[in-house]
Design a protein around this ligand. Structure first.
Ligand SMILES: Nc1ncnc2c1ncn2[C@@H]1O[C@H](COP(=O)(O)OP(=O)(O)O)[C@@H](O)[C@H]1O
Ligand SMILES: [Mg+2]
Length: 364
């Protein structure tokens, strides 16, 4: 008998500044899914947060990103059903489609911060990547740094401020030195991240960061290479070879990431001494576990001249574009894009199955 195909819903787009990046990532994931094994359902989320399907791959065009809301697509919702989730059409046309697993390729708030993961959990459908806790922790730079610190992992010194709190610039500069970095606590893609070189730049950097979040971080600047490591697994995660980002800007800012083609070069593997590879891999795995992450993550580091690593941050839904580090590091480590996507789905199904065994009634 022919084995039943696994129906994968690939979620992309989303209510986020990283909407367009997500579409590029989704294209690659879809192209790598083995057609003999998977039925793929594309679900594009527009910038208002509505979900759409269309037959074929037309949602993966850039025009979807440009349109804020799409009138002529089939608007759908994911709802729970016994033993899994299903996609139902809001117009009432077509049959509800049972979904075996969701692959969320959404970056930033609403996609990567645990809110979508909570929704998918309630919809009773397995999904790729971290759960509610790991996603929320991984997104919040304040909470994640506190956990890393408690676990003894090396991080830059930092201070946290909330809106309306008085910030004494002299005291902050005295404590952290100059230059320093100001960033929103919950964002990505370097949006709102500013390098402050002198006291005059301090207050505008703070105001800018507060336009994106009600909580911000101020950090000492670490001078060094930016080294990244990909992690894959649930309880027993593995680490890829590290890679290095060589930014041609003053730091790896938004333009260097997405607009300036020559903004940054990826160097795979990272140009660090051989004996340091194991060290950064061990730190990446420890970071993954400390932050309660699952499935996948890219862990980013600074590597200083005196050969010390500092954990910068974890990305729970890393980019999957052609030029993204996460899949390229796995390729360099011997795992093809297709094998990676396959394994991620397998991990999602394994995690879901292990959660089904938990008792929901008290055993007397
Ligand atoms: N403490 C720091 N020292 C040196 N560079 C930093 C520091 N914090 C951030 N940067 C620079 O800013 C970039 C974006 O900051 P990051 O904390 O990674 O935020 P995001 O989540 O937006 O990627 C980093 O890749 C790095 O180039
Ligand atoms: Mg970063």
């Amino acid at each position: 008998m022919k084995k039943k195909k696994i129906r994968v819903a690939v979620l992309f787009g989303g209510k986020s500044a990283e909407h367009e990046v997500s579409i590029q990532s989704a294209k690659n994931v879809v192209a790598s899914l083995d057609e003999t094994k998977y039925d793929v359902v594309l679900v594009g989320i527009d910038k208002q947060g509505s979900w759409h399907t269309l037959p074929g791959q037309s949602l993966l065009t850039s025009s979807f990103a440009k349109q804020t809301a799409i009138g002529d697509t089939n608007e759908v919702r994911l709802v729970a059903q016994d033993g899994g989730g299903k996609l139902v059409s809001l117009s009432g046309s077509g049959d509800a489609e049972a979904i075996d697993v969701v692959f969320p390729i959404l970056h930033g708030p609403f996609g990567e911060d645990g809110s979508m993961q909570g929704f998918l959990k309630l919809a009773n459908v397995p999904f790729v990547g971290s759960g509610v806790l790991g996603s929320a922790v991984g997104m919040d730079k304040d909470i994640s740094k506190r956990l890393l610190k408690e676990a003894g992992l090396p991080i830059a010194q930092f201070l946290v401020f909330r809106k309306n709190e008085k910030i004494d610039s002299d005291a902050v500069i005295k404590r952290l030195g100059l230059p320093l970095f100001v960033k929103p606590a919950n964002l990505g893609s370097s949006i709102g991240v500013k390098k402050v070189h002198n006291k005059d730049e301090f207050s505008s950097a703070i105001s800018e960061a507060f336009t994106y979040d009600n909580k911000i971080l101020i950090e000492e600047a670490i001078v060094g290479k930016e080294v990244e490591c990909s992690i894959l697994g649930n309880d027993d995660p593995i680490a890829s070879l590290p890679g290095e980002i060589v930014a041609n800007h003053e730091f790896y800012d938004y333009d260097a990431k997405y607009f300036d083609e020559k903004g940054a070069v990826l160097c795979i593997p990272a140009n660090i001494p051989k004996e340091k590879i194991k060290e950064v891999q061990a730190l990446a795995i420890k970071t993954f576990k400390t932050l309660c992450l699952e499935g996948m993550a890219r862990i980013d580091f600074f590597y200083t001249k005196d050969q010390t690593f500092f954990v910068n941050e974890a990305n729970t839904i890393p980019g999957f574009t052609n030029i993204s580090m996460y899949p390229q590091l796995w390729e360099a480590s011997g795992m093809s894009y297709a094998a990676l996507v396959d394994r991620l789905i397998e991990l999602a199904l394994e995690k879901y199955a292990s959660e089904q065994h938990l008792s929901t009634t008290v055993i007397h």
